[in-house]
Design a protein around this ligand. Structure first.
Ligand code: UN1
Length: 513
């Protein structure tokens, strides 16, 4: 089979056959069990990573909290310079890392490159931010007093990331946290551990070249039990977690139990509303990329199309035609549109969703199915499917991380479509396709979409890093990446200074001695 330059990429990234899964930078060690990483692309073993034991974790925490004492007093623009160098290294490693992402996770090489580009972009953003960690100044009610607020570094930030964006989500968190003066401890998904090793190697090089202490960037590996080391540890003031709503609820409760902070990026159930005024060509591109891109495994993937009855058949036929053009196969081969699902468990969930939608009264108009034979040996390749369904179906209410698209019909006004779109437990991304100003503004209004992301004439996925990324309701409420998302990585302090010889009390209270 063609190698697509994988061995060379692994070598370039310093990823070996067996890797230490615990690292504080150039120091690497690990005493836990081996995690094996098999590629969903061809079913081959890519490499192994040693997981982190509680004792390993204790070493990491000691090193990280010591590093924090140095890092927090370094001027933020100097920390920005370190992040700038990290972004430069990512540019050098873009092809190799993009390839590893594609091979270990299964998304197309183009999307792998896109993911590394998101890392580079957030580094650029963070460098600028390092000179803009602004607080406000207020006017004191007392004479001769000055009042202002400032943002201080928080401490050790725990990052738990998912398999579907195995490198970018870490970078969104860590690039901001670093300029904010925090140290980071990252537990990547056990389904993509080699991506974690590769990223940590790149970061470690930058910190070592600048003679910075061990522990500013740390890596730990393992399943949810290793994640629990952080969620239960009061030395970790913030846990940023990306993954399922089920996982997020556990993390939220554990961290809240010790009154720590969380940043949660959980499930979505994203819809595109297609109104009678939609541009059909744009709708097809947006909907098809949204539904089948990353094999439907983005938290922003398009799951539901809510189409007005007057254009329902036209849109349906155009999308069905587009699905017939899709090529499914090795994602490193740029002729293919759709790669594999992450593993055979995901395939089972996909199959279950197709069965359930039919059981509930839905109709499969693009049947789907698991592919077998030459090129599909891993057993992870499935055909993207489309079902006509109803928003009330249990399976439509549920986020299935696979390329299954539900077509829903609405009649009446755009407000009726908005009601359907909001009528799910999740609230991440949403979109409307329309050239009608009134419909677009209704969708964006206070009574419109209830999601963290609401787009007009754009699909639901592929958000830029400059905006705050995240969603409401069961999506978890967190915001990361652009805008002022940095504030969660810092602690705010209000300072009042009296430069007189009197001590007047606030609220005009008299207290004479
Ligand atoms: C995710 O799926 O966890 O908007 C993140 C997008 C990407 C990020 C998705 N920028 O699709």
């Amino acid at each position: 089979a063609k190698d697509f330059g994988i061995q060379e990429a692994l070598q370039d990234l310093g990823v070996g056959a067996v890797n230490e899964g615990t690292s504080t930078g150039s120091q690497k060690f690990s005493n836990g069990e081996l995690i094996e990483s098999y590629s969903p692309v061809d079913g081959q073993l890519i490499g192994k990573v040693k997981s982190t034991t509680k004792a390993d974790y204790e070493i990491v925490m000691t090193v990280a909290t010591t590093a924090f004492k140095t890092w927090r007093v370094m001027p933020a623009p100097q920390r920005g310079e370190i992040v700038r160098q990290f972004g430069e290294k990512l540019r050098e490693k873009k092809e190799a890392l993009g390839k590893l992402v594609s091979y270990e996770m299964g998304k197309s090489y183009q999307e792998g490159l896109g993911e590394v580009q998101e890392m580079i972009d957030i580094c650029d953003f963070a460098v600028g931010l390092s000179r803009q960690l602004h607080g406000l100044t207020m006017h004191s009610e007392r004479p001769g007093h000055r009042m202002y607020e400032q943002y201080h570094p928080l401490g050790a930030v725990g990052i738990i990331s998912a398999f579907n964006f195995p490198v970018a989500v870490w970078a969104w968190n860590t690039a901001l946290a670093w300029v904010c003066g925090d140290v980071c401890i990252w537990k990547p998904s056990e389904k993509a551990p080699l991506c974690g090793v590769a990223c940590q190697n790149i970061a470690a090089e930058v910190f070592a070249e600048n003679n910075l202490p061990e522990g500013i960037s740390c890596l730990i590996n393992g399943d949810y039990c290793v994640g629990e080391f952080m969620t239960k540890d009061s030395r970790v003031p913030l846990v940023s977690a990306t993954g399922s709503t089920r996982m997020g609820k556990i993390v939220a409760q554990e961290v809240a139990g010790r009154l720590g902070k969380t940043l949660l990026e959980l499930g979505g159930n994203n819809a595109i509303i297609v109104t009678p005024d939609a541009d059909i060509k744009m709708t097809v591109i947006g909907a098809v990329f949204g539904a089948v891109g990353t094999a439907g495994q983005r938290c922003t993937s398009t799951r539901r199309l809510i189409i007005h009855e007057s254009i329902y058949d036209k849109v349906k036929n155009a999308i069905v035609d587009a699905y017939k053009q899709l090529k499914i196969g090795n994602p490193l081969d740029e002729n293919n549109h759709v790669g594999p699902l992450i593993d055979t468990d995901a395939v089972a969930m996909y199959k279950n969703a197709l069965e359930q939608v039919v059981e509930e009264g839905g109709k499969l108009i693009i049947e789907g199915g698991v592919l077998s034979g030459a090129g599909y040996e891993s057993g992870c390749y499935v055909k993207p499917a489309i079902a006509e369904a109803s928003n009330g179906f249990k399976i439509v209410q549920h986020e299935t991380f696979a390329p299954v698209l539900y077509l829903l019909k609405y009649s009446g006004e755009v407000t009726d479509a908005i009601e359907i779109q909001n009528n799910v437990a999740q609230g991440l991304s949403s979109a409307i396709m329309t050239n009608n100003l009134r419909e677009a503004e209704a969708f964006l209004s206070h009574a419109g979409s209830d999601c963290g992301i609401a787009n007009v004439n754009i699909g639901t996925s592929g958000a830029e890093i400059g905006g705050a990324f995240g969603g409401e309701k069961e999506t978890g409420g967190g915001r990361e990446s652009g805008s002022d998302a940095w504030k969660i990585y810092m602690r705010r302090q209000t300072n009042t200074i009296n430069y007189t010889t009197e001590l007047p009390l606030a609220q005009g209270i008299k207290f004479d001695l």
